[in-house]
Structure formats: C-alpha cells, structure tokens
Write a protein that binds this ligand. Sequence first.
Ligand code: ATP
Ligand code: MG
Length: 395
Amino acid sequence: MFQAFLIKYGEIAIKGKNRHLFEDALVRQIRNALKAVEGEFKTYKTFGRIFVEGLSDFDSEEVIEALQKVFGIVGICPMRKVTEKNYDALKAEVLKYMDEVYPDKHRTFKVRCRRVDKGFPVDSMTMNCDLGDAILTAYPDFKVDVKNPEILLEVEVREEIYIYSDTIPGPGGMPVGVSGKAMLLLSGGIDSPVAGWMTAKRGVQVEAVYFHAPPYTSERAKQKVVDLAKKVAAYAGPIRLHVVNFTDIQLAIYEKCPHDELTIIMRRYMMRIAEHFAKADNAQALITGESIGQVASQTMYSLACTDDVCTMPVFRPLIAMDKIDIIEISEKIDTYETSILPFEDCCTIFVAKHPVTKPKVSVIRKSENRLNEVIDELMAKAIETTDILEVRADS
Ligand code: ATP
Ligand code: MG
C-alpha cells in the first residue's frame, strides 16, 4: 500500500553545524533499526528532509513499528509512489489513494502540492485546484476545508511523485550518538531501565553495569537484567553490559560495617566500579534510577553520600518523578512485565531492618575505613572477573 516514508524530525534547538550531525545520526539509526525488518530499504537525506524508500516488498506495519523506536523521529508519513511520472497517472493515483485510505468519506480535506521538479508541466496551484475538483467529483461525500482540514493530502513532485496524508507519531528526542556516552547502573527493578531509556532519548549512547552476588542471587536474576537490557536496546541500540561479581565485596561490607549503613556503603562501591568502567570506555557520566525519597537509600542525605565517591556527573532522570509515572513509562517501553518478575536482587538479601535515612558523609567514610585491609584487592578482583556482554534487541 505504501512505498516510502517521509521522516519528520524537529528539535527546534538544532541549528547550524549541529543540524547535519543530527541528521546524519538519525539516518544511521534509521538504517540500524531497519536491519531487523524484512525487505531492502534506502534511507537518505535530501533538501533537508529524510526519506526511507522500499527497494523491495515490505510490511508497512513492521517498518512503522521499527521507526517508532528511533529517537529523533517526531513523525512518520507513509507515502505512496505514483508509478508513472505524468499528470494523468497522478490524478488516477490520488483518487485511488483517497478511496483506499479513507473508506469513510464524510470528512474534510485540502490538497497541498509541492513541485520541486520545475520541469513537471503543471504548477502547484493548478494541481491543488485540479486534484481537489477530481476528488469532489469522484467522491461527493468529501468536503473541502482550506483552513482546518481533517485530511491534508500532500503531493510531492520530485524525481518521483509521492502522495501522503497521514503522520504517525515517532518517539521524539534526539538520535542516539549525538550526545556522548553514559554508564547506566542497571538492576532488575522498574526504575533503572526507564532511566536508561530516558537518557538514550536525549541522544546519549548507553552502556550498562549490573552487580550480582552469586550464589545469593540466581542465574535467573541475571537473565532478567539481560532481558531488560535487550528491551532498552530496542531503542538505544546495542548495549555493552558489564556483569560484576559483587559477592565478596558485599560479604566484606556485611562482616565489617555497621548494618544500618550497608546499603549506602554498598551503593558507594557500585558507583566506584561503575565509574571505573565508564572511564575505561570513554563515557562521560553515570546514570541511576534513583528518585528522591523512594527508599531509605534515596533520601537526599543518602544521595549525597553516594555522590561523594563519584568524580563524574551522576544523571538521575527519575529524581523528581512519582512511581506511578515511572511505571507508566515502563509499560510503554515494555520493560514493566520483566521488571516485576520476582527474582531477588543483591540489595534485597543484604538489607538491614532499619537502614539510616540521614547518613553523614563523614560517618560513612569512617565506617568504610574498616574495609581498608581487604577492599583494594576485592575491587581489583571484581573488575578483573567482570563479564562483558554485547546485548542487542534481537540477540
Ligand atoms: P530499580 O527499580 O532501578 O532497581 P529501586 O527502586 O529498586 O530501583 P534501589 O534498589 O535502591 O532502587 O537502586 C537504586 C539504583 O541503584 C537503581 O535504580 C540502579 O540504578 C542502581 N542499582 C541498584 N542495584 C543495582 C544492581 N544490582 N546492579 C546495578 N545497579 C544497581
Ligand atoms: Mg532495585
């Protein structure tokens, strides 16, 4: 039914030099996304617009679904190609299009032609009137409304002639790759996949790190995190997932540090290790799924204690969001069902009954000193034994 797609993108902020970086990244991400769709496609930029053309048969629904996961796309217009480049063929195709796309004809419309190829014998104004008349004659239930039409039928005369009228919303945001790279602390919960998705939406390439504690946490808990990374990768592109064995560090903290400070201290070591891998891969920030006050380790005091060990900026896109709104996003991006699977994560096993809610940085630092004799070696070992997986949406 459709042969091509016009891609609408529209960050108002992109001007000058940044514009072509944005467009090139968008073309790259579209090509990536279409690799998973059956068929051959040509994606290209012309006159400041991006087109996807089918070079073989394809399923429009599949293409649209793939494009709806490409950040930077604001709208997707499915286009129909007029097989012959002449006025009669165009007229016939317009009538066929209006008939097929709009079975219910009790609607208002307007025709808007754009003649890019000035060699085409009929000018835009004439085409607007002519084609409008032809539609009214063939289907008298349609009505013209030039101010506020329900259907804006666009006709583009370029090398080929295309007809379109519908804009399907895209995800918005910026194409992944235009904003640098960040390391996501990805757990099996609801929040961190959403945090990763939100950051990727701003054009940031995402890597991830997961801390597990075998045998206290199971292989299934790890698989759950891999599955979540896959879901995020459907939007963010391939994710390098670092799986860190955190057991010995956790046991040492459990053995030597005050139990009401366990979570905070544990989180500080997670941040240190995440930052190590972030630096190694030239990432510029860390990302977590924290939100003020959600649990004891996410009070403002606790967040300050966590930040104390980081030299990189820590992005917390969910910081001011309510759980219900976070859940809404997780449902939309299809991570929710996986997130609520009931596998233990390493934090739930070593949690204290009454964790501190107003930890002081100076006190926490002092408690950590109790690990001095063992921690360097444990950290080195955790880093050395880390598994790195390349996670793709379709892997
Ligand atoms: P989430 O739903 O993301 O697990 P949460 O509400 O369960 O969040 P916490 O368990 O306190 O919150 O974790 C806060 C943040 O710390 C998480 O969003 C995540 O970024 C990071 N984090 C926690 N546990 C782990 C882990 N095992 N591996 C990697 N990151 C983790
Ligand atoms: Mg969690």
